[in-house]
Ligand binder design. Structure first.
Ligand code: GDP
Ligand code: MG
Length: 370
C-alpha cells in the first residue's frame, strides 16, 4: 500500500526544523552495488529518506522516484538559488557583505520581503554571537528555511496531513482558474485510492461544461466516482449537497470538491464559496473540512497577490503548490508560509497522475538547496 502517512522517526521529528543526523545508509547501498551503477539522484533520494530516520527496507520505489522528480523539478530554482548561495557562503566565515548578497538573492528568488527579513535578521544575530564557517552557515540557512515552512503548523492543529480515517473528510479546492485545482483533485483521488481511502469527487465548477468533462476524465483515470449535475451553470452548492448525500450513504472517507476560480467576478465567486460552505456546515456538521488554496508556483509573488482574495474569504486551512516542475520560482513556497501563514500540504511537480505528494519541508529544502 502506498505510504501516505510518514512513518518512523519522522512522525516524531517531523516538526523539528534542525536537519536530522545523517545515517550512513547510502554506504550500505553503495556497498551492495558497483559504484558505477549507482545513480547519484537515487543515492540522494535514499539519503534524504534515511536522514529522516527511514530504513532502506521501508523505502517505497514511488517515494524514491518522487524525490528524484522533485529534485529535477526544482532544478531551475536550485540553479538560480543554491549555486549562487554556495558561491557566497563558500567564501569563508559569513560576514556583512555575504549577508547582504544573500538578501538580494533571496528576494530575486521570490522568497518575499517578510521571509527574507526573517532570515537576514537571524543570520545577523548569529554572526554577532560567533563566527559561522561556510558549511555551518549553509546548514544554518537550511534550518531557517525549514523553520519558515513549518511555522504555520505551530497553531494549526493537524501536523500530519491525511484524511481522518474515522470521519467524513471534505476537501475544498479553491484558487484562480488555471492554478491546477482539477488536476490536483485527480492526483489526490489517485493517491487516496492507493492509500486505501474511499473517495468521491464533486464537480462543483459548474460554470463551464468543459470543466465538468475535465474532472470526469480525472475521475476515470483515478477510478473515482464523480458527482456532477447535468446541464450548464447549475448551482455548485446543489452539487455539493448531492455529493454529501452520496458520501453519507456510501461510506465515503474523502469528498474532493472542485470549485470555479473566476476572479473576474469576485463577488459571485466568493458568494458561491460561502454558499458551498454553508451547505457543508449544515448537512455534514461533523465532517473534517479542509479548504485548500491551489497556487501556481510559476506565478511567484503575483500568484500570492491573487491568492489574497481567497485568503480573505475562503477560510483557508492550507495550500497546494503546483507546477514546481520547470519554474525558477520555487522560492515562493517560503513567501506562502510567511505571508499567508498557511501550511503547504501538497506539492505538484508535473501533469501526470503520480506527480503530487504530501509536502515535507525537509525534503523541499534539501531538493532546493542540495
Ligand atoms: N507542469 C505542470 N502542470 C500542471 C501542474 N498542475 C496542473 N498543471 C496544468 O495546469 C493547467 C491547468 O490545470 P487545471 O487543473 O485545469 O486548473 P484549474 O483551472 O485550477 O482547475 C493544465 O494544463 C494542467 O495540466 C503541475 O504540477 N505541473
Ligand atoms: Mg478546473
Amino acid at each position: 500500500m502506498f505510504n501516505w502517512f510518514r512513518r518512523g522517526k519522522e512522525d516524531n521529528k517531523n516538526q523539528e526544523s534542525s536537519p536530522k543526523p545523517e545515517v550512513e545508509v547510502t554506504q550500505e547501498l553503495e556497498s551492495t552495488l558497483p559504484t558505477a551503477e549507482v545513480d547519484p539522484e537515487l543515492l540522494w533520494s535514499v539519503k534524504v529518506l534515511a536522514d529522516q530516520g527511514r530504513k532502506e527496507s521501508e523505502m517505497a520505489t514511488e517515494e524514491l522516484d518522487w524525490l528524484q522528480r522533485l529534485r529535477q523539478g526544482l532544478g531551475k530554482s536550485r540553479r538560480e538559488l543554491a549555486n549562487q548561495l554556495k558561491g557566497i557562503v563558500g567564501q569563508g566565515p559569513l560576514n556583512q557583505k555575504a549577508i547582504a548578497d544573500i538578501e538580494t538573492l533571496l528576494l530575486q528568488a521570490d522568497v518575499g520581503v517578510e521571509a527574507t527579513d526573517y532570515i537576514i535578521n537571524k543570520l545577523e544575530s548569529q554572526v554577532r554571537e560567533k563566527s559561522l564557517p561556510s558549511e555551518e552557515a549553509f546548514d544554518y540557512l537550511k534550518t531557517l528555511l525549514c523553520e519558515i515552512l513549518e511555522r504555520p503548523l505551530k497553531y494549526n492543529a493537524k501536523k500530519q496531513f491525511a484524511p481522518d480515517q474515522n470521519s467524513l473528510n471534505i476537501w475544498l479546492m479553491t484558487g484562480v482558474n488555471g492554478a491546477g485545482k482539477t488536476t490536483t483533485i485527480g492526483k489526490l483521488a489517485s493517491l487516496a485510492k492507493k492509500s486505501g481511502y474511499n473517495s468521491l469527487i464533486v464537480a462543483a465548477d459548474t460554470f463551464r461544461a468543459a470543466a465538468v468533462q475535465q474532472i470526469q476524465v480525472w475521475g476515470e483515470r483515478s477510478q473515482t466516482p464523480v458527482i456532477a449535475n447535468p446541464g450548464q451553470n447549475t448551482d455548485p452548492a446543489a452539487v455539493v449537497f448531492d455529493g454529501i448525500k452520496a458520501a453519507q450513504s456510501k461510506n465515503i472517507n474523502l469528498l474532493l470538491v472542485d470549485t470555479a476560480g473566476r476572479l473576474q467576478n469576485k463577488k459571485n465567486l466568493m458568494e458561491e464559496l460561502a454558499k458551498i460552505r454553508r451547505i457543508i456546515d449544515k448537512k455534514a456538521p461533523d465532517a473534517k473540512v479542509e479548504s485548500l488554496l491551489v497556487l501556481d508556483a510559476t506565478l511567484g509573488q503575483n500568484g500570492l497577490r491573487q491568492a489574497q482574495v481567497f485568503a480573505e474569504t475562503a477560510q483557508l486551512t492550507g495550500v497546494v503548490l503546483t507546477k514546481l516542475d520547470g519554474t525558477a520560482k520555487g522560492g515562493v513556497a517560503f513567501a506562502v508560509a510567511q505571508q499567508l501563514d498557511l501550511p503547504i500540504r501538497f506539492i505538484g511537480a508535473g501533469e501526470g497522475i503520480e506527480d503530487l505528494r504530501p509536502f515535507s519541508s525537509y525534503e523541499f529544502v534539501e531538493a532546493l538547496l542540495s
